[in-house]
Write a new protein. Structure first.
Length: 276
């Protein structure tokens, strides 16, 4: 199945709609307008909030922390890309950051900046900088349009994506695949054979986003080491279920943290040649 999707996606890049991602520089299959995904995400996000227990920032320091981290990252990203004349990357973003009372060790970000953190991940993050690593990672998924890429591969596998196909929220197949990719609890990367590539991209750029917001990227390695232990040698937490192996991730995160430190210390200045 994965080989089939890989071949379909490769052929689609030659015949349908591939574009170079402004963040990663990698060619991605993009069949759906980002504005359409943001609209669908906004609706799904509101539904999720209405069905789950949201922790109020007025009574919880943890919820206040989630909003503080999110706002700092959003502000830093916006300022950075505006200075780089790439403000269109964040077009349509209406940021929201909420903490949900749940034992699940998880967090996610939908298109348009709709972020949820579960209380179950807080004992693992342990501090604000580590939580910023998590939130930066999830935000990087959204900004790098990984979900659009996964949905596009799923649509092609369903025979859509050809000339004349109506790829909008009114299409039942589009809705079904959106729910598979974005619905809370959906397994990340279920449609995409190279989902681990996306995860490593989110690690890399998420660390940079956190660093630009003033959070020390060196907190990433001890956090991922704690996440590895959180599985207790058994089935890993949902947040890790489709992610790279612990050893692979930690070695790469060490290198990513070194690069991100340049943003943290101010050695990289908008307008000059650099990673982003």
């Amino acid at each position: 199945m994965r080989l089939k999707l890989f071949l379909i996606a490769g052929l689609a890049c030659l015949t349908v709609s591939c574009s170079r991602n402004a963040i990663t520089g990698r060619n991605q299959l993009q069949l759906l307008p980002e504005a359409e995904l943001q609209s669908m995400a906004k609706s799904e996000y509101q539904t999720f909030l209405s069905q789950n227990k949201i922790v109020s920032s007025s009574v919880s320091k943890d919820a206040e922390m989630v909003k503080r981290i999110g706002n700092r990252i959003a502000k830093a990203i916006t300022a950075y890309y505006t200075a780089e004349n790439k403000g269109e990357i964040l077009q349509g973003y209406q940021w929201e950051f909420n903490l949900v009372d749940s034992k699940d060790v998880n967090a996610w970000c939908m298109p348009g900046g709709k972020v949820v953190v579960y209380t179950g991940i807080l004992p693992v993050t342990q501090n604000e900088a580590a939580l910023a690593v998590v939130m930066g990672h999830e935000i990087a998924h959204a900004i790098a349009q990984h979900g659009n890429e996964r949905m596009s591969q799923g649509l092609l596998a369903e025979g859509l994506g050809t000339v004349g196909s109506v790829l909008t929220s009114g299409n039942p197949t589009v809705n079904n695949i959106f729910n598979t990719v974005y619905a809370p609890g959906a397994q990340i990367g279920v449609l995409l054979p190279n989902s681990r590539k996306q995860e490593l991209e989110a690690d890399q750029y998420g660390l940079i986003f956190a660093a630009m917001a003033g959070y020390n990227p060196n907190e990433a390695v001890p956090f991922w080491e704690r996440m590895a232990k959180a599985g207790g040698g058994q089935k890993p937490p949902e947040f890790l279920s489709t992610h790279p192996s612990d050893a692979t991730r930690i070695e790469k995160v060490k290198r990513y943290a070194e690069e991100a430190m340049k943003y943290y210390t101010g050695k990289i200045i908008p307008g000059r040649r650099h990673l982003l």
